[in-house]
Design a protein around this ligand. Sequence first.
Ligand code: ADP
Length: 216
Amino acid sequence: MIELTERQGKILDIVRKHQPITGERIAEILDVTRAALRPDLAVLTMSGYLEAKPRVGYTIKSEGGQGAIKKILCQYRVKDVKSMPVVIKDVSSIYDAIVTLFTEDAGTIYVTDRDGYLAGVVSRKDFLKTTLGHIDIYKVPVSVIMTRMPNIIVTTPDETVIEAVKKIVEHEIDSLPVVKKYIDENGDEKLEVVGRITKTNIARLLLDLANQKREG
Ligand code: ADP
């Protein structure tokens, strides 16, 4: 991967707007000679940003855009980007949960039942809601205000990052618990929380990918 010069970036903008467009026309718009442009056009074509069609002109190569990002996000798995979950028990008070939110610097906390399996999710908005009523946050357990199973949207370590991102966007939530699934003796599905994936994890992955490109 290469980092583009300012002029190469401008060329891509021009092609995006006017494609298909000849080298001469690009040179005219940039007010340079066709010969001066030749090395830039060669770099952009060889590195897969542009396609040069004889007698037609230059076009944007589709794989260089959206397709490339999708391909990259499909290569990464949730286990590659997940972080440690913040977990509390369902019998903990709302007050203790709020303290945990601050001490662990988390936006969302996962709540487990007495067997340690996922029972619910509690986020900033759930805590804010308690300020509208007359709930005794020192006495009432967090299970009263949490979003509970089976309404929790989860992901697994082997799911691709693109699938996890889709869930976050479609359900308008900030994070997904990463779970391992078990079937108990009654045939019921139980979920063990092994991580979390948040919008921050996704942002960090994008930054890492951008930096890789710069170094390459
Ligand atoms: P915030 O409260 O900071 O806006 P979210 O947008 O993630 O955070 O949460 C909005 C609502 O969605 C809350 O009621 C929360 O309990 C619920 N929620 C959060 N994450 C999930 C999830 N993975 N599955 C189901 N519901 C969730």
